[in-house]
Design a protein around this ligand. Sequence first.
Ligand code: TXA
Ligand code: MG
Length: 321
Amino acid sequence: MEIVNGFKNSSIERAVGLLTNGDVVAFPTETVYGLGADALNPYAVAKIFEAKNRPHFDPLIVHVGRKEWIYDYTEDVPQDALKLIDIFWPGPLTLILQKKTLIPDIVTAGLPTVAIRMPAHTVALKLIEAFRKPIAAPSANPFGYMSPTKVIHVARTLKGKIPMILDGGDSVFGIESTIISFQSRGVFIHRHGAISEEELSEYVEITHDIKTDSVYRSPGELPYHYAPMKPLKIVHNADEAITANSSFLAFREPSTKPISRYTKVLSKTGDLKEAAANFFSDLIELDRDDVDIIYAERVPESGIGKAIMERLRKASKKGVK
Ligand code: TXA
Ligand code: MG
């Protein structure tokens, strides 16, 4: 497996060569690293599932290089979707829309809808534009494990399984995109992410109603997603982290020294954006062999804090299905 500088044109050309050949390539996005393949080639997409050990019922996000591409790959785009695309693309907002038949079933796990977004990362956009076709990509981690925000995370967990990683530096947001669908009474949030509910609600109505027969609940909503290997417990502060053989993920600088063996502070000043950017990489660090448990301090559930808590809750429910 090669790690190449994604900002170089020669690297992009080689990555395009691999994609054209039906191979997979890991690439940076503003949220987390993705593992990409030609979204229109079912054999190439199958390699993503294989490398990640991902069950085939879990559909992928299709990444486009221009806003107009949605007309090539999706149908019946609602007005609200156009509005949000205009405001938030390129950026970490994924829309679930009706798909055109051109998108193979393996990408959408047989669903009539496709999840689609235009990433805001120079390297990702260069790659997609040079390839001139959409790239299907989940986060570049083994299924169920935490999303990679640094090249090293991808290299460690997918070594020997993929031919190339484009290095584009650390992910700026550090939390995956927000996934939404369009219901008769507004927008439903399937996965809280880098664009907050508050930001969305400035432009569209948010609904908590979803017709379960009409819209598929994504596997990303399963309780055991995003989990470290070690059990994780959510606590109010360092005082509740009571066993020594533990790691402690603090939201802000703790007022009392934690008893835990390892501590990481997401943001000294309690800044939620900074906390999100450090979230997965700190959690990956704390998921060490010599601890029995990870304690994670609650973060305020406003803005991107909601996405952090959603991921912590899932991590804390590992094993529960
Ligand atoms: O920020 C991100 O979204 C990153 C970067 C690489 O773009 N990607 C990412 O992909 O997080 P992944 O596969 O780890 O998560 C995508 C989620 C899955 O939970 C999947 O179930 C859901 O999107 N999804 C995909 N297509 C869907 C559909 N048609 N309906 C409902 N959920 C869908
Ligand atoms: Mg993922």
